[in-house]
Design a protein around this ligand. Sequence first.
Ligand code: SF4
Length: 339
Amino acid sequence: MKPIGITTTVPVECLIAAGYRPVDLNNLFISHSDPGHLVELAEKDGFPLNTCTWIKGIYGACLEYNIRHVMCVTTGDCSNTLMLMEVLNSLGIETISFAYPPEPDTHQMQEVLEKMSSELGTRVSQAESIRTRLKPVRELALELDRLTWQEDKVSGFENHFWLVSSSDFNQDYVKYRQDVLQLVEEARTRQPYDSGQLRLAYIGVPPVLGRSLYDYVEKNNARIVYNETQRQFAMPVPGNNLAEQYSHYTYPYRINYRIADIIHEASKRKIDGIIHYVQSFCHRAIGDIIFKKTLDLPILTLEGGSDFYLNQHAKTRLEAFIDMLEQSKILRENKKEAR
Ligand code: SF4
């Protein structure tokens, strides 16, 4: 199968049906042994210092791994992708654009899928067969998610890693399924985490900080039991067909759809507080204003730049946030007891 880079989650079923192997360039970048080197490649070629690290990393990954075909998502993801696409074209890299419809409407989505399939030389009916094949794989990823929040047997980082990887199934959905199955079976035998721990939600774009954020949270007697965007990549509301599946996917659309999902999951998962991760120079960071107005839970906004680990400043803020949540929880419990 021919590799094709993707700049974010797309209907991979169409790509696979057309004989491509989807490669999420974000995952390729962040799993590189030296992601900073890929950022340097982009800066050496003229990417401004004030460009988001993910965009530079995606570009660097294309060069480093000699990716010759890229599907660029021009609507519903990143305002920088249009220009990234131009730069990739200028290097002779073949790009195909993909635009999510402006609203999560199944008719519009169906048209988009038909256009995408025809450009790739396949049909939606063939992509639907791939959807059926991927269904148990997605279900397994969601079972891992359930084991995280309902049985407290999976760490925040494991949850993040396997859900974020469902955008391209680590380039091999058969192996991905085996790996997640093995983890799910092993996790079922684990002792649950302490039920008294604080339960946190992570919302926003995936972090460039790797596991350091998750490990630090756990070191401070708290745990991330909900990774908003990463879970969306696994298509938690599959519907009856591809058009429904990708219309239920909240990330490309207006923030209200994300907020509804966050409120629902935060209540179900008994969340005590939210970490909103924003990437420096990302337009999505502005959404923080709306999250703070609409979400009825304490929110810590954490901004990531080009460090691939949690720096001391972020650690201090995180510790203070967890401490504040801990104190509020104690106060609430004392009040309950006094009644
Ligand atoms: S973090 Fe924001 S600016 Fe960076 S690639 Fe993602 S959407 Fe674009």
